[in-house]
Design a protein around this ligand. Structure first.
Ligand SMILES: *Cc1c(COP(=O)(O)O)cnc(C)c1O
Length: 451
């Protein structure tokens, strides 16, 4: 056992140590070599070392350098070394973290991590939380709690009786709501296309003034951190309007919620604590390994009512928080362990510094690109930069060339009809030198593409 585990650790360490000296995207020949995996199911056992050898020699080169320093695609963080190490240890523990009575250590860690998170993000301390796979399931879980409460207030028990025959729920979302929020609404029987879509401004922010008059069971879905621009909906204002009619306000803050850890960003994140529920990711900006996020609900009982199960063989009588009572899963890995390790090692100032540094680095990208004459399409209020290199064909050509060059990696998008390259800075590992190196590569490549 020791041999195979030490072999894995050595290989992982070597992988991470050499990641920044290879192209960020895997080379085409490395991807082509994956075909050596096309083999029939082994009839007989193989040595465990052989599996590791294949994984490392065939698959490591074909990975995207997401945990490296210059990956700026989507909104994807790396993994702080302490969180990867915690993940390894928690993997060895193999705790099915459903109930405190069975797995006290990991259930306890999640409880502590939840309290720390609420403190860090200045959210109501009484809130309940479910450690889930990411913001998609966090949105789903928080909106299940919302569905529970708005229907309970209308005299309907949705968990027992379902949606057939239930009072209708009005759902309101910004036109720029993330597609996973739309999917969550579909999973909850609230319809992917049923929500009233509120028009947005040039940054993708919902116009609070465009909210219709609200009455009856209503859920308003807001966003902290637009996936393209990083912009925030006017959440404080929306909470004030929606709460007058007893509507539920949810915040999809997959990455934007982390700005609440930064004192100097208090103005943009003001009033978010007035909402009823929040979803955020850990695997994005907290830089823990996949997959990890959390659903936070002010009324912990609403989340529990939507998620808890009872069965004779399950130990649900514990006075201590049962992790599975707050999530869709029963059996689950101890996601909170890495979250605890990240918060323990960074502390309040470390998280704040990391978020603020990435935002500053994003502004540096914007400034450097603008100085060279390229148009930045968004106000850089967070960690996202949208840049155009000219028309659609030119911008796409530059994006492809940047990806091929391998110094860094950025993806593309279409923002309000215009094709753009997206730069998302959210890795603990990105240094200011990495930003300069990447910026230099972008400018060189863009110039070459124009010739
Ligand atoms: C990334 C993201 C999601 C989805 O999160 P996953 O972790 O991929 O499930 C939802 N909303 C927003 C705003 C996001 O940026």
């Amino acid at each position: 056992m020791r041999k195979v585990l030490e072999d894995a650790a050595q290989r992982a360490i070597s992988y991470l140590e050499t990641l920044d000296s290879r192209p960020v995207a895997p080379l085409p020949n490395a991807v082509a070599k994956l075909s050596v995996l096309d083999q029939p199911l082994p009839e007989k056992p193989n040595k465990p070392e052989t599996a590791l050898k294949v994984l490392d020699e065939v698959c490591s080169p074909a990975t995207m350098g997401i945990s490296g320093r210059r990956f700026f695609g989507f909104v994807i963080g790396g993994s702080l070394p302490v969180t990867l190490a915690a993940n390894w240890l928690a993997g060895a523990w193999d705790q099915n973290t459903g109930y405190y009575n069975i797995t006290p250590a990991t259930a306890y860690l999640e409880q502590i991590a939840l309290g720390w998170l609420l403190d860090l993000l200045h959210l109501p301390r009484e809130s309940g939380g479910g450690f889930v796979t990411g913001a998609t399931v966090a949105n789903f879980s928080a909106l299940a709690a919302a569905r529970h409460t708005v229907l309970k207030n209308a005299g309907w028990n949705v968990e027992a009786d379902g949606l057939v025959g239930a009072p209708p729920i009005t759902v309101i979302a910004g036109a720029e709501a993330h597609p996973t929020l739309t999917k969550s609404l579909g999973l909850l029987g609230l319809g992917r296309n049923r929500a009233i879509k509120i028009p947005v401004d040039s940054q993708g922010r919902m116009r609070a003034g465009a909210l219709p008059p609200l009455s009856g069971p209503t859920i308003v879905c807001t966003q902290a951190g637009n996936v393209n621009t990083g912009a925030f909906d006017p959440i404080s204002e929306i909470c004030d309007l929606a709460h007058r009619s007893n509507a539920w306000v949810h915040v999809d803050g997959a990455f934007g919620l982390w700005a609440r850890a930064v004192p100097s960003m208090a103005e943009v994140t003001r009033g978010m604590d007035k909402a009823d529920s929040w979803a955020t990711d850990f695997h994005k900006w907290l830089n823990v390994p996949y997959d990890s996020g959390i659903a936070l609900v002010r009324d912990a009982d609403a989340l529990r009512a939507a998620m808890a199960i009872t069965a004779e063989y399950l130990p649900t009588d514990s006075p201590f928080r049962g992790p599975s009572d707050f999530v869709p899963e029963l059996s689950r890995r101890a996601r909170g362990v890495e979250v605890w390790a990240a918060l323990h090692s960074l502390g309040r100032t470390g998280v704040s510094e990391m978020i603020a540094r990435n935002c500053r680095q994003a502004r540096r990208f914007a400034e450097g690109l603008q100085a060279a004459g390229y148009e930045v399409l968004n106000q850089v209020v967070l960690n996202q930069v949208l840049v155009s290199f000219g028309d659609l064909a030119m911008t796409n050509r530059v994006i492809a060339a940047i990806q091929k060059d391998g110094t860094c990696w950025c993806g593309g998008t279409v923002w309000q009809g215009r094709t753009a390259m997206r730069i998302s800075v959210c890795s603990w590992a990105t240094t200011d030198d990495d930003v300069e190196l990447s910026l230099k590569a972008m400018l060189r490549i863009a110039k070459e593409c124009k010739q």
